[in-house]
Design a protein around this ligand. Structure first.
Ligand SMILES: Nc1ncnc2c1ncn2[C@@H]1O[C@H](COP(=O)(O)OP(=O)(O)OP(=O)(O)O)[C@@H](O)[C@H]1O
Length: 234
């Protein structure tokens, strides 16, 4: 059993010079569940994830984790998977798990082994020999195996084929639920992730235009999430 974390953003704005990447966003993430951060290119998704992860500081407003202001040290409570995540090609999958165990004090080896078995990985294979999709699966497996309450992922499905993407989404739901995590994933593949989502956050030009449970969106709007995205993100 893992503790949950309260993540609260209060009137958060992030500017890069004259560009307002995130504009006055206030929200509280759910204690558990799969959250889609949805929006067109340049709508502020990556910046928002970087702010929550403590990699960027807000220009205005505050971000609090369990009531304390987020800092780079907050990364201890957050696993953040980005596209450019490095794995060492010369390690086997087994050695990569051993390495993660040494690097992350919160790493649960048994969880990683369970996920790797679920993925039917040959643990003796070298990372360099893995396809892009399998490298991303391994990255996510390592993030999921950390005993942290919040997992952030920036476009983890980009550039992967549909079968791999579906497999990764099932992995989030299955293991995210077992390990009781809040998982936030940024994406513009809205149709694809829609069936798996518990909550959706829609972004447009840095502003949060809608944040609701997926169930409520489906019930009240009786339209696909793609149509909702057209209404709130374009
Ligand atoms: N370091 C930076 N310096 C200057 N401008 C930036 C920086 N990072 C982001 N921006 C700008 O902020 C805005 C939001 O960018 P961001 O990457 O957060 O959007 P996004 O929704 O993640 O886009 P994408 O889906 O293309 O990854 C864009 O106009 C972008 O050009």
């Amino acid at each position: 059993m893992q503790h949950s974390i309260t993540v609260e953003l209060d009137q958060v704005t992030k500017r890069f010079g004259r560009i307002v990447a995130v504009n006055n966003v206030s929200l509280r993430l759910p204690d558990q569940g799969f959250v889609g951060l949805l929006g067109l290119n340049g709508s502020g998704k990556t910046t928002l994830l970087n702010l929550i992860a403590g990699l960027l500081r807000p220009t205005e407003g505050s971000i609090r984790l369990d009531g304390s202001r987020v800092t780079r040290q907050s990364g201890k409570q957050i696993a953040y998977v980005t596209d450019d995540q490095s794995l060492y090609g010369f390690y086997t999958i087994q050695e990569t798990i051993g390495y993660a165990e040494r690097v992350y004090p919160d790493f649960v080896r048994a969880a990683a082994e369970e996920i790797v078995t679920f993925l039917k990985f040959d643990v003796n294979k070298k990372v360099a020999q893995l396809s892009k999709g399998n490298k991303m699966r391994l990255n996510i497996a390592i993030a999921l195996a950390r005993r942290v309450p919040l997992l952030l992922m920036d476009e983890p499905l980009a550039g992967l084929d549909p079968l791999v993407r579906e497999d990764i989404l099932k992995m989030f739901v299955h293991f995210g639920c077992i390990y009781q995590k809040t998982i936030v994933i940024s994406s513009h593949e809205v149709s694809e992730i829609e069936p798996y989502l518990d909550y959706a956050i829609f972004m447009k030009e840095g502003q949060m235009t809608l944040y609701a449970s997926a169930e409520k969106i489906r019930e009240e709007r009786e339209q696909s999430m793609l149509n909702v995205m057209r209404e709130y993100c374009v």
